[in-house]
Design a protein around this ligand. Sequence first.
Ligand SMILES: [Zn+2]
Length: 343
Amino acid sequence: MKEIKISAPFDMHLHLREGQMLINVLPYTSAVFPRGVVMGNLPIPVDTAEKAIKYKSEILADDVTFNPIMTIMLTRNTTPAIIREAYNHGIKVIKYIPEGVSTNSEYGVPLNKLHEFYEVMETAEELGMILSGHWEAPFNINGNPIEELCREEEAIPFLAAIINCFPKLKIVVEHASTYGMIEYVKNAPNTVAATLTAHHALLDYSDVCDKTGKIIGSDLYCKPIAKKAIDRSAVLQTMISGNPKFFFGSDSAPHYAENKKRTPPAAGIFTAPVVMPLLCEIFDNNNALSKIENFTSRFGPKFYGLPLNEGKITVRREKWTVPYETNGIKIFLGRRELNWKVV
Ligand SMILES: [Zn+2]
């Protein structure tokens, strides 16, 4: 196949940041993805309808062609009334990120405190909202850090508790990165789905850290961290399997180069400029190009209850070299040659 023409894709997990960074990165997403779920874990979290509306208008001021699906972050201040108010303003997604797990998670509710927010969950369930969560446990019950490779699977019991208590609540497991979590989602009720990233289908832990756990690839450092070969293979095989519970969310997370160079580096990889060509390579290399449209453009909106995007995009088999950086932001796979290009 020389080119594919598919229904315009959705990015169901996206970090656009604010201010100049937003201006710098949004065009890379909006050129390919007309819609995306914009994460509300900013340094000052988007945790009220008012803040979400303000953030939405900032995004639209940069690019009216992009249609952001806004989220409201679950923080220690969240109440059922705040959730209801957000819903009444068209916000259907609650972003959950546990405290201390990744960039801008300082205001998140720890996993072991989630039970204090069950009235919030109840309201979300009643309204038909979606709980989109970063399911990783950074600390054990004694408050000591859990090894990064185990954090996702350690969060499964907390996730299971929510699923059991709120059988009608739609839950998204963001960036499932382990065999164990993927198997869990496959076997969970149909109210539970997961997003998969391109980079977790490509990277191994050994690309990011040495045997002692020291970070050797700061540009590739993200949360959840890239895992073992068995996990990478599970992400890839699930992505191309055609299972509607799994859809695309890039988790494109830009940082300025100086923040990637510090110790420890800022967690996140800026994949938006390359991610659609990269997915084409992954699907093409695995003889699964016919399944890419479902993964990028249909399963996500179906789970969210959204109409498909109008319009199509064309991706062509054409070599190009990825720029190293843009406005001081390192691009994933910079200087590498890719075989597919969005035209
Ligand atoms: Zn994220």
